[in-house]
Structures are given as structure tokens and as C-alpha cells.
Unconditional design. Structure first.
Length: 699
């Protein structure tokens, strides 16, 4: 078992194209796990090792989060691959849950980009300590100091350089370490040799200036250091400085800035030293779970401790069907996971045997007997969902209360030939198991299969996978926004369901009120007194109401925010039944709904656009013409960042519009923000379109 102090569970996150894949690849190379450097999207057809999926390689984005184990200077580093695209929120959040620290990769030229902002926001939410790596310092126009300034201004991070580049652009040779006051040069064919040297004389002034700034900033994390700095700055030891940087970083009060060029093999090893030195080990991070023995609805939070002798608790954060079969990645939070022992899935309390336990080395694996707290390992052939918690059965703890965000977009999918149906349902079952934000349902009336998720790209990736991995020639409708319906006023109802002509009759009367619910989808309140509706039929009424929620009457969207209260009714000694009261519930709902002033809600996205300042007008135009609202704008170094809220339904084709308005020089990222009310004029159009659709189906 590992010495916890020497374990690092880290993520690498970046804006697309900043070099995350290249950096990961170099890290694996220098840590001796792979023996030749392959270029990303390489000519040799091998490609970078982390991107195990063909599709990812083609698109150049990393979707699947895998954990890769490697070693650097006596430390065990698990690199958890965080999906970069914001559409995949749940995957990003689950990955963030599992890691203890992160490297924020930035392009030395482009600096803090739209996606860096989103990713940083997520890290902040989860309190993940991070170090920054300014990559691409070999490129023309690279400037790590400017990037540091952007980290401060755009991300409000207390960013401080711990290095300076030796040369820049095509002159980049290595870095000066501001803590040790040494120069490190990468030498050898692939930069594998680090030569330590003296600081080039011409850099001395800069080195002094930035070191002083660094020491000044970190002195607040260590009183002793502060004292030394006040009296005899020369006496500050490397250990003291490292300790203070480490403390500031772990407390999320400081972001040390490293730099180099992954592609040109510069500065990667010193960055790894920084990971070991400054990012927390698993024992330095407090992890909380929910004690399921307290209260099912509202379980108490408890701290799980990385102590190998306590009962085992682990989180299955990723399922992967690879060439080795079904793998389940687990992070052990407490206790010890042992091969051949039984563990229990907290969802359903299912007992499973730990058949094979492995450590994944990006694409080889190593069989192991035990895994201790803080470890990240994989199990073979265990049936579960992503996000499930396992324990040894002695405690009942769940590590997640991950609320699954609502899907905002859907496609109707079809495949022409019946022979593909089986594969299609296999694919759908598997995807929904791996990814709770990917949902599948069948429209009861039309029999159509509808998939929904977090965005176009999210669903496109799954469509691609159906075609490639499952060989299903699937076709899809244009994307549809996931509208909702809700009501805005209270209305009473009094409805009698009656069929008493011949044969056995049906009878049920329900009365009460429908009113808007502030929070939540649905609430049922029973105020029946004196048996106006017999007890046994009250759940039937509730069920009848709930059946109406799936499909609203305005545009067929799910209904949310409704409270149904019943306070009166009537039954018939022979003709009342469960069925009759369900029907009465449905009838009452149908009657009340139009009177309760129903409205349509639509998903509103928060959209961040970034581009040269001269295009601010153009960018604003693309937002304003989409019913968007600009929430904020900032400008720096000739670049403008515009934050806005725009309805998702208006965002289709946005990248094309933005490109033509800004000569392709702006970029954007978006994230679901909230549901908002559709303006009346548009609501009328949507309703008309829905009616038309219904008529066509009736034909
Ligand atoms: P990712 O999208 O963040 O994973 O970025 P990649 O690693 O795929 O890199 C994107 C592109 O930038 C590729 O063409 C890389 O070869 C290139 N690249 C990555 N790192 C560097 C670097 O340090 N310097 C230069 N000049 N190019 C780089």
C-alpha cells in the first residue's frame, strides 16, 4: 500500500487546443510509462495514449474520463482525465469530485479563454486546488506574464510565477526556478534530460523582482517565513518557501504558475516536481459523504477518512467498456478494498464480489491485491451505474448526492431496419447507465424513441457511437429544445367522472385546487375529511394527476411546479374503483390546467463569448438578435469577454453566425443556467406548431 503522503490524484483541464493531450502524453513519457512520444492525431496512427476512443481522436476532444496511474520521483500520480467540453457537465463534475488537485493548462498566446473560465468556475465550486501551466511558450507572441495577469483579472486567482522562461518563442530553452534559484534546461532528443545550471546573468534582475513578489505573497501563509523575510530575507530556506506555497495552494488561496512547452519538451518535469511539491495528497483533502442510516430523504453529511483500517467506502466514478471488458473505476475514500472480498452497492444494497482489481496504466494494466484510501483503481465485470457508492457493508454511506441536471435538448431517433433494433437498445441501455444526463424514453402515443441530454455535442457524440461501436445506422430529427410547462395562477376544480350506461359503471368525483408550486415539480395535498373520497382511492387520484404531468397540453412538454390539493369528492358504492378515480384525477387536471394560466418555459444558457475588442459590436449583435441579454463585459489587451444569457432555442447555428460576424476570431462556450418563460408571441407559435403536429399524427 502507498504512503498516502506520496499519492496525488490530479486532473488536467484546459480550453480545447491548449495542449492538454500533448502535456498528458509528455507526462506519461517522462514518467516512463510509454516509450516513444506519439504526436496527438499523429501520423504514425498510434495517437496519444489517453484518448482511447477513436472518435475523440478525430474530434480532438477528450470525452471519456479515464484514470491513468504513473510514478514520478517516488510519488504515485493518478491522472484523472477530465472531459473538457462543458456539455458533459455530469462527467466533469464527477471527475472533479474524485481528484484532489489540478493542473490548469493555458495557451501562452491565447491565455485565459472562454472554456478556462467555465472549467475554473467548476473547480472553484468543488474547491479543487490548482497549479497553472502556461503552455506553448515556444509560440510566437507567447507571454507567461500576461497569462498570469489574466489569471488574476479574469479568474480572480491569486496567481504568482514560480518560474521564469529562459528565452521565449523559438529561443525557449528551459525555466528558472524562483524558489531554488536554479536554471533547468531540457536536453536530449525528447527533452528527457534535465540539466541544472546557474541563472543566466541577464535574467538576474527579473528573477529578483518576481521572486520578491512571490515571497511577499506567500509570507502570509507562514508566520515564521514572514519574520525571516522582514529581518533577513536571504535566510529564507527552500523548505520554508515550498511549505508556504504548498499551504497557500492547498487552502485555495494561491495558484503557482509554471510554464513551458509540452510540444517542444520544455518545462514538463519541473511541473511534475511542482505537482508533488504543491498539490495536496489525499489525506489533506476533506471528503464528505452521506450517512444513509440517518434519514433517507435528508441524510446527514459525514466525513470519510483515508484510514486503511476503517470500513471501506469507494465511489464508482466511471464505467468503461474497453478491450478488456467492462471496467469500473473506483476511488477509495476510506478503508481498504481487497480482491476476493464482497462489497455492497449502496444503491439497492446489492452484494458483489471483487473478482479482479487492477491499476490502469493508460493502456496496460496491473493486477493488484488491495487498494487503500486515496487510491484510484478499476474493478472488472462489476455491474453498476456511474456514481454508485460501494462499501464493505459495515457502514451505509453514499459519496454522491449528485443532483442530475435536467436535459435541455432532445432528438427523435430512428433506424430503418428492424434488425438493428436490438443493438440500438443495447447501446441506449449502456449509455444511460454510464451517463445519467443521457436519457432515453419512448413516446407512448407515437412509439418514437427520444433521447435527451445536455447539448447538441453531447447527443451527437452518442449518435456517432451508436453508428461506430454498435453499427446502427441511426438517424435523428433536428434537435429539439426541452421545453417545460407550468402554471401561473390558482384555480379550483370539481370534476365528476361518470360512465353509468349499461354494464359495470365507473364513478368518481374530485374537487380541490390546482396552484403554482414555488419549488419542485409536483406536490399532492390531501385535505379530504369525512370520507368524501374513500381512503383507498386517494392514491388513485394522485396517480391520475401525475399521469398528466408527462405531457402538457400546450406543447406536449413535461409539466413542472404544480401543487394539487383535494378537499372534496364523492364515490359510488358499486361503480367507484381505482380506475374510476384515476380517470377523475386526469379529468380534473385537464379541466383545471387551461384555467390556471399555463405558460411555456425554455432553457436559458449562460454564454461566454470572447474575441478581439473591435468585434464587440458584432458579438453584441449576435446575442441581441437571439433574445439574449448581456450580463457583463470586460476588456483587456485588446480582447473582449462578453457574458450573456441566451435561450437555448436561439443558439442553433450560433458558431457559424459568430464566425461570420467576427471573421472567425471569436469563440464561445455555454452552460445551462436556468429555465425562463417563453415570450407570449413565441409561445403562440410553439402552440400552433404543436397543434399542427397533433393533427398530422391524427391523420
Ligand atoms: P488539447 O485539445 O488541449 O488536448 O490540445 P492538444 O494537445 O491536442 O494540442 C492542440 C494542438 O496544439 C496540437 O496541434 C499540438 O501539437 C499543439 N501543441 C500542444 N502543445 C504545444 C506547445 O507547447 N507548443 C506548440 N507550438 N504547440 C503545441
Amino acid at each position: 500500500m502507498h504512503d498516502l503522503q506520496k499519492v496525488r490524484n490530479i486532473g488536467i483541464s484546459a480550453h480545447i487546443d491548449s495542449g492538454k493531450t500533448t502535456l498528458t502524453e509528455r507526462i506519461l513519457f517522462y514518467t516512463d510509462r510509454i516509450h516513444a512520444i506519439h504526436e496527438v492525431r499523429g501520423k504514425d496512427g498510434v495517437g496519444a495514449k489517453m484518448d482511447s476512443m477513436e472518435l475523440e481522436r478525430e474530434r480532438g476532444i477528450t470525452i471519456q474520463s479515464a484514470a491513468t496511474y504513473t510514478e514520478w520521483k517516488d510519488h504515485h500520480i493518478n491522472i484523472i482525465d477530465t472531459p473538457g467540453h462543458v456539455d458533459f457537465t455530469i462527467e466533469v463534475e464527477r471527475a472533479l469530485r474524485v481528484l484532489d488537485g489540478a493542473i490548469l493548462v493555458l495557451c501562452g498566446v491565447a491565455g485565459v479563454q472562454s472554456q478556462s473560465i467555465t472549467v475554473d468556475r467548476q473547480m472553484r465550486r468543488y474547491g479543487v486546488p490548482r497549479v497553472a501551466f502556461v503552455n506553448k511558450c515556444d509560440r510566437q507572441g507567447a507571454n507567461p506574464i500576461r497569462v498570469r495577469n489574466q489569471l488574476r483579472e479574469k479568474l480572480r486567482l491569486n496567481a504568482h510565477l514560480v518560474q521564469l522562461p529562459i528565452g521565449l518563442e523559438d529561443q525557449l530553452k528551459g525555466v528558472v526556478d524562483l524558489v531554488r534559484l536554479k536554471a533547468y534546461y531540457n536536453e536530449g532528443d525528447s527533452g528527457e534530460t534535465i540539466r541544472e545550471g546557474e541563472i543566466p546573468a541577464e535574467m538576474m534582475d527579473d528573477v529578483e523582482q518576481y521572486r520578491e513578489e512571490l515571497l511577499d505573497a506567500i509570507s502570509e501563509f507562514d508566520d515564521d517565513l514572514m519574520e525571516v523575510l522582514l529581518e533577513n530575507p536571504e535566510d529564507a530556506t527552500v523548505e520554508q518557501i515550498v511549505g508556504a506555497i504548498r499551504k497557500g495552494t492547498i487552502d485555495n488561496k494561491l495558484v503557482p504558475v509554471f510554464m513551458g512547452s509540452a510540444y517542444k519538451n520544455k518545462g514538463v518535469q519541473p511541473l511534475l516536481d511542482g505537482v508533488n511539491a504543491f498539490l495536496p495528497n489525499p489525506a489533506e483533502v476533506e471528503n464528505r459523504g452521506f450517512d444513509l442510516d440517518t434519514d433517507d430523504e435528508n441524510p446527514e453529511e459525514i466525513v470519510v477518512k483515508p484510514d486503511p483500517s476503517l470500513p471501506f467506502v469507494g465511489l464508482a466514478f466511471k464505467l468503461e467498456e474497453g478491450r478488456y471488458g467492462q471496467l469500473t473505476y473506483i476511488r477509495v475514500y476510506q478503508g481498504t478494498l481487497r480482491k476476493s472480498e464482497f462489497i455492497f452497492n449502496m444503491r439497492g444494497n446489492q452484494k458483489v464480489k471483487v473478482g479482479r482489481l487492477v491499476r490502469m496504466h493508460s493502456n496496460e494494466m496491473e493486477d493488484i491485491e488491495t487498494a487503500g484510501a486515496g487510491d484510484i483503481v478499476a474493478l472488472f465485470g462489476v455491474d453498476c451505474h456511474s456514481g454508485d457508492t460501494f462499501t464493505d457493508g459495515k457502514v451505509r454511506v453514499s459519496m454522491t448526492n449528485i443532483h442530475v441536471p435536467d436535459a435541455v435538448i432532445s432528438y427523435t431517433i430512428t433506424t430503418k431496419e428492424a434488425k438493428h433494433a436490438q443493438n440500438l437498445s443495447k447501446a441506449l441501455a449502456r449509455f444511460s447507465k454510464e451517463d445519467p444526463t443521457f436519457r432515453v424514453r419512448t413516446d407512448e402515443e407515437t412509439g418514437e424513441t427520444i433521447i435527451s441530454g445536455m447539448g447538441e455535442l453531447h447527443l451527437d457524440v452518442y449518435l456517432e457511437r451508436m453508428r461506430r461501436e454498435y453499427k446502427v445506422p441511426v438517424e435523428s430529427s433536428p434537435p429539439r429544445v426541452a421545453y417545460r410547462e407550468t402554471i401561473t395562477s390558482t384555480t379550483p376544480f370539481d370534476y365528476t367522472h361518470k360512465k353509468q350506461t349499461g354494464g359495470s359503471g365507473q364513478y368518481g368525483r374530485v374537487a380541490g385546487a390546482m396552484e403554482p408550486l414555488e419549488e419542485g415539480h409536483y406536490e399532492f395535498v390531501d385535505q379530504i375529511v369525512g370520507g368524501a373520497i374513500p381512503r383507498e382511492y386517494i392514491p388513485s387520484v394522485d396517480k391520475g394527476f401525475q399521469m398528466m404531468l408527462d405531457k402538457g397540453l400546450l406543447v406536449g412538454a413535461p409539466i413542472t411546479g404544480v401543487k394539487m390539493t383535494i378537499n372534496d369528492g364523492k364515490s359510488h358504492s358499486v361503480d367507484s374503483s381505482d380506475m374510476a378515480f384515476q380517470a377523475a384525477g386526469r379529468g380534473a387536471f385537464r379541466e383545471a390546467y387551461p384555467k390556471a394560466k399555463p405558460v411555456i418555459l425554455e432553457p436559458i444558457m449562460s454564454v461566454t463569448v470572447e474575441g478581439p475588442a473591435e468585434f464587440f459590436g458584432g458579438i453584441s449583435k449576435t446575442i441581441n438578435s437571439r433574445r439574449g441579454v448581456i450580463m457583463g463585459q470586460s476588456e483587456e489587451d485588446g480582447f473582449t469577454t462578453v457574458e450573456s444569457e441566451v435561450p437555448l432555442s436561439e443558439m442553433f447555428g450560433y458558431s457559424t453566425a459568430l464566425r461570420s460576424e467576427t471573421q472567425g476570431k471569436a469563440e464561445f462556450s455555454m452552460e445551462f443556467s436556468k429555465y425562463g418563460r417563453v415570450p407570449d408571441a413565441i409561445a403562440e407559435e410553439l402552440k400552433a406548431a404543436y397543434q399542427k403536429e397533433l393533427e398530422e399524427k391524427r391523420k
